[in-house]
Design a protein around this ligand. Structure first.
Ligand code: CA
Length: 220
């Protein structure tokens, strides 16, 4: 799951990136509205954390432009304290949720999890696929109750497949959702991660759909 963090204040931006990464996501960061608009318009983010007070283009305008262009990713806006009119304007512009500054990182992460879940049509924080469960709160996966030991990349691949279970996920889609923008992406590494995951999971849980990609087969 790949998140765009849009915040111009460097200290808060660094805290956001650190907190979101620590929760098992990858993040790209934009520090002004023009960059944010471009990135959200061209990259496939699973969710966006959007500060509203931004240089070059304000957050409301960025959000309106995304929505006008048909970009539907969940957006959590950050609003100034005591600014109820910002919340109203943000929600009217297409925000899915908001947080008022200052906020606790745990609350931001809980809201982010809920947004990503709802975007995938899932109600609960625990995703289930046959014997496999993934707790999005703790970033832990279990098979028949036994905790799996996963590297951060393996977790990201598995989490993306779990959020899209039953669907065919191509290798290029996986690459776009498990790496940050400035990361050197190599599609062969996806095969390596999937190969390692298969050794840790029940056989045939990750199907290869020839020429198309992978699919979690939750009935096995
Ligand atoms: Ca700001």
């Amino acid at each position: 799951m790949r998140i765009l963090v849009v915040e111009d204040e460097p200290t808060l931006a660094a805290q956001l990136v650190e907190g979101v990464n620590a929760a098992g996501y990858v993040t790209d960061r934009a520090g002004n509205g023009v960059d944010a608009h471009f990135m959200g318009d061209t990259e496939p983010y699973d969710a966006v954390v959007l500060d509203l007070g931004l240089p070059q283009m304000d957050g409301i305008t960025v959000l309106r432009k995304w929505r006008a262009a048909g970009r539907t990713m969940p957006v959590l806006i950050l609003t100034a304290r005591d600014s109820w009119h910002e919340k109203v304007a943000g929600i009217d512009a297409g925000a899915d949720d908001y947080l008022t500054k200052p906020f606790h990182m745990e609350e931001l992460l809980a809201r982010l999890r809920a947004l990503i879940r709802r975007a995938g049509g899932h109600a609960g924080a625990e995703l289930v696929c046959g014997p496999l469960t993934l707790d999005t709160r703790s970033s832990r996966a279990r098979v028949s109750g036994q905790a799996l030991s996963l590297t951060s990349h393996e977790y990201r691949v598995l989490a993306y497949l779990m959020h899209h279970r039953g669907e065919i996920v191509s290798r290029s889609e996986l690459i776009q959702h498990i790496y940050a923008q400035d990361f050197d992406r190599d599609s062969n590494t996806i095969e390596v991660f999937v190969g390692r995951l298969r050794k840790k999971l029940p056989p045939d849980l990750i199907e290869t759909v020839r020429g198309l990609g992978y699919r979690l087969a939750c009935w096995s």
